[in-house]
Design a protein around this ligand. Structure first.
Ligand code: URA
Length: 209
């Protein structure tokens, strides 16, 4: 699919299989999500531009590479996005963070926004939006609509699982936003859950079922 990168590293696929298993504990689920976030963060940031800066090692002066430009922004779609966010921040601790509170109305499956807080100067930063599940696409589309309204123009979307229906809708709404996912599953059920999926990511992460 155009604009979609499936990060199919064996370690990610192995960890994802354990996460899908309904008998996996909450503690393991959370830890695995964090570990997968590390591996996917590596991939989603692979082409970041570098610039040389002068430093001094204990031995000599040298020019050494550093990431160019303003600090990245990780935008977490609450609440499940926070599971990926934690792992991303392990790798890029200086990143700025946006929180976008959107829940899915279980009747209409439409997104309802209840919280938004983001760093300044979105127009000058790379923004990586994180949400483990790209299901209907409604929440992620709404989150990115909001970020674009506030000036964002360089956005990537990172998830764990995507449904074909969600990818299609998302790509139609935001063709400029590349998607990184660990897997593309079969379909959505009538309640908007990804099949085979892993259930409700937020519930499995926080034990709220
Ligand atoms: N959100 C989830 O947490 N799981 C799904 O299967 C779909 C949306």
């Amino acid at each position: 699919m155009r604009g979609v990168t499936v990060v199919d590293h064996p370690l990610i696929q192995h960890k994802l299989t354990i996460m899908r298993d309904k008998d996996t504990s909450i503690a393991s689920f959370r830890r695995l999500l964090r570990e997968i976030a590390h591996l996917m963060c590596y991939e989603v940031t692979r082409d970041l531009e570098l610039e040389m800066i002068p430093i001094e090692t204990p031995m000599v002066k040298m020019d050494a590479p550093t990431i160019k430009g303003k600090k990245l922004v990780f935008a977490s779609i609450l609440r499940a996005g926070n599971g990926l966010l934690d792992g991303m921040l392990d790798l890029v601790p200086a990143a700025r963070v946006a929180h976008i509170g959107i829940y899915r109305d279980h009747e209409t499956l439409q997104p309802v926004e209840y919280y938004y807080k983001a760093p300044s100067e979105l127009e000058n930063r790379l923004i990586i939006v994180v949400d483990p599940m790209l299901a209907t696409g409604n929440s992620s589309i709404a989150a990115i609509d909001k970020l674009k309204e506030r000036g964002a123009n360089n956005i990537r979307f990172l998830c764990l699982l995507a449904a074909p229906e969600g990818i299609e809708k998302f790509s139609a709404a935001h063709p400029d936003v590349p998607i990184f996912t660990a897997a593309i599953d079969s379909h959505l059920n009538e309640k908007g859950y990804i099949i085979p999926g892993l259930g409700d990511a937020g519930d499995r992460m926080y034990g709220t079922k």
